[in-house]
Design a protein around this ligand. Structure first.
Ligand code: SF4
Length: 356
């Protein structure tokens, strides 16, 4: 079974208006005491198959800090080592430093190619800066680069999606994450939603068009929101979706080891002081496996579900799934159940009815 290590960097230049990740804005760098706390928690860990520096804004780390974290994690040979980066934090020298430190996969938060929209989102970079980062990353030796696109933004148009896609594709991305904007409670958008948000049907149309366009450009969908050139699927996230072991370090980071879930409390200061322990969060069971596998285009192998969790769908559930197949929301072939892109949009509704 694969093991993935996630390291959370809870610092950002500023808080984006839509973001509900645990991070503190107004940070210019990552305090060394936080890196020391991470290193402290990395004693005696198994060697990971994947290492993911996520956030927050991990590109606020210095190459030296990244190098220390990678050295301590000691990933297995050939491991995928990802760092999430925000364009306004990057420079050619920094990217070269990250590459030399051992990072071999970069995930760049582009979101949109429209500067006016970036301002609405509270992002601090411009499209030109994002474009430049792809060139710098390739020059620094990165061959595996992912770009994020956020769709269904206020007043969203096909032209905005096209311009963002062009920026990322021309930048040489091997992987694209394309998400729909979600208004989360507790965020600036949650408190005061922006005007001219597309409705659910319009958002679904943007998503379905994105799937078609990305496929046509050679980025195959492998998960609801993730598309990759062959061989460039994100190995770390696949560990989550396959219900394999992963350990998250840092405040608000979640883990699942041996089927047991736990998470660190959302307090950077307590994590630094070492005054808190992870909180238990239940067991990962058959339904979790079903939910996660149905995110994947590869789908859910019903024989494997029985083998791993002793679970089988009842005749009522099978009849419901056949209705989903007839309606074009799912495929059921050779004992494998998978959602179509149309089914993925209404995954929650399908799961709710399946669970009843
Ligand atoms: S979206 Fe990313 S950069 Fe923006 S506040 Fe959230 S974690 Fe930070």
């Amino acid at each position: 079974m694969a093991f993935g290590l996630y390291i959370h960097i809870p610092y950002c230049h500023a808080k984006c208006r839509y973001c509900d990740f645990y991070s503190q804005g107004a940070s210019r760098q990552v305090p060394q005491e936080y890196v020391q706390a991470l290193l402290r928690e990395m004693e005696d860990l198994p060697r990971p198959h994947t290492l993911y520096l996520g956030g927050g804004t991990p590109s606020l780390l210095s190459p030296r800090q990244v190098s220390d974290l990678i050295e301590k994690a000691n990933p297995l040979p050939g491991s995928e080592i990802t760092l999430e980066a925000n364009p306004e934090t990057l420079s050619p020298a920094l990217l070269k430093g990250f590459r030399e430190a051992g990072v071999n996969r970069l995930s760049i938060g582009v979101q949109t190619a429209y500067d006016s929209q970036l301002k609405v989102l509270g992002r601090l970079h411009t499209a030109a800066q994002a474009r430049e980062c792809f060139d710098w990353a390739r020059a620094a030796g990165f061959e595996n680069i992912s770009g994020d696109i956020m769709m269904a933004l206020p007043g969203y148009t096909r032209e905005e999606f096209q311009a963002t896609l062009d920026l990322i594709v021309q930048g040489g991305a091997t992987h694209i994450s394309a998400y729909l904007l979600k208004i989360e409670p507790g965020t600036a958008f949650g408190r005061k939603p922006p005007a001219h948000l597309p409705d659910e049907d319009q958002a679904a149309d943007f998503y379905l068009e994105a799937v078609v366009q990305l496929e046509a450009l050679g980025y195959h969908q492998y998960e609801i929101s993730n598309f990759a050139r062959p061989g460039f699927e994100g190995q770390h996230n696949l560990i989550y979706w396959n219900c394999e072991d992963y350990l998250g370090l840092g405040p608000a980071a979640h883990s699942c080891m041996g089927g047991k879930r736990f998470y660190w409390p959302s307090s950077t200061q307590s994590f630094i002081e070492g005054s808190v322990c992870p909180t238990e969060d239940g067991i990962c069971g058959g339904w979790d496996y079903i939910i996660l596998r149905l995110r994947l285009v590869q789908g859910l192998d019903l024989a494997l579900l029985k083998e791993r969790y002793g679970m089988e769908f009842s005749s009522r559930q099978m009849a419901f799934l056949r209705q989903c197949v007839q309606a074009g929301y799912a495929r059921l072939e050779n004992g494998v159940l998978a959602l179509t892109p149309r089914g993925m949009i209404i995954q929650n509704t399908i799961l709710t009815q399946l669970m009843e």
